[in-house]
Design a protein around this ligand. Structure first.
Ligand code: IPE
Ligand code: IPE
Ligand code: MG
Length: 239
């Protein structure tokens, strides 16, 4: 063995963020309407969260609705809102029992009342849990998040000479969360689609062709195995 301290250790995995893509294609490939794909995509959430938690992951962030997704037909947008409300009703008890704390990241004000209520309820019920933090990115946009942070900095009258990464991070939706170690995207696309663009500066990426409704425990293990084989360097010469 040659050398330096990190060469033989596998990478720690604290925070996994997932771009849950491919619901529409899952439905299309079965001759079903898109809403059936979204419905199916909501059913494996518990299994995936549990699988990551069992592997020692403490922070899980799910991209469920982007700000750009408003551009879909109003019926589909409404369907996604209804599903969020249903998903909270269906999963909240089990997640609470498992010690999962739920928090929303994204823009709340533009969401309809029933969605805001469901999110608030989920956050309130689970606020004292510490096992896992499940962040749900719903009506989330990375650029909007940075714009919001800039506005807060100006409102707080922070002089330009005091601006640091921390000053910005303290004003992002994700304040308090560690940066994602691993970002998973299902369904074959290889892009961020405005997800965690600040926070992903040094994340590892895992892309899979598996469509989100088919993504399960075995895929979780595969992604973790792949991540553990990576060597993160953060600009240093460690390898
Ligand atoms: C992901 O599935 C869910 C959301 C973006 C809300 P898609 O609906 O994007 O599925 P595809 O990409 O059309 O297959
Ligand atoms: C990204 O998926 C958003 C979510 C998974 C919620 P999209 O399907 O909206 O992304 P694009 O349009 O393919 O980039
Ligand atoms: Mg998509």
């Amino acid at each position: 063995m040659t050398g330096t301290s990190v060469s033989n250790t596998s990478e720690a995995l604290e925070h996994v963020a997932i771009i849950m893509d491919g619901n529409g294609r899952w439905a299309n490939s079965r001759g079903l309407i898109r809403s059936e794909g979204h419905r199916q995509g909501a059913t494996n959430l518990r299994e995936v969260v549990e699988a990551f938690a069992n592997e020692g992951v403490s922070f899980i962030t799910l991209y469920a609705f982007s700000m750009e997704n408003w551009q879909r037909p109003p019926k589909e947008v409404q369907n996604l809102f209804d599903l969020l409300v249903e998903s909270v009703a269906k999963n909240i008890e089990g997640l609470h029992r498992d010690g999962v704390r739920i928090q929303h990241i994204g823009n709340m004000v533009d969401l309809p009342c029933e969605v805001r209520e469901a999110i608030r309820h989920a956050e309130e019920v689970t606020q004292n849990n510490h096992q896992v933090t499940l962040s749900v990115a719903f009506n989330y946009g990375g650029r909007a998040e940075i714009i919001e942070a800039v506005k807060k900095i100006i409102k707080d009258s922070i002089p330009f000479s005091d601006i640091t990464e921390k000053i910005i991070e303290d004003r992002l939706y994700t304040t308090g969360l560690p940066d994602p170690d691993l970002i998973i995207r299902t369904a074959g696309e290889k892009r961020l689609s405005n997800f965690l663009i600040w926070q992903s500066a040094y994340s590892e990426y895992y892309f899979t062709d598996v469509l989100w409704p088919d993504f399960g425990e075995a895929d979780v293990r595969k992604a973790i195995r792949e991540y553990k084989s990576r060597r993160r360097k953060f600009g240093t010469l460690e390898s």
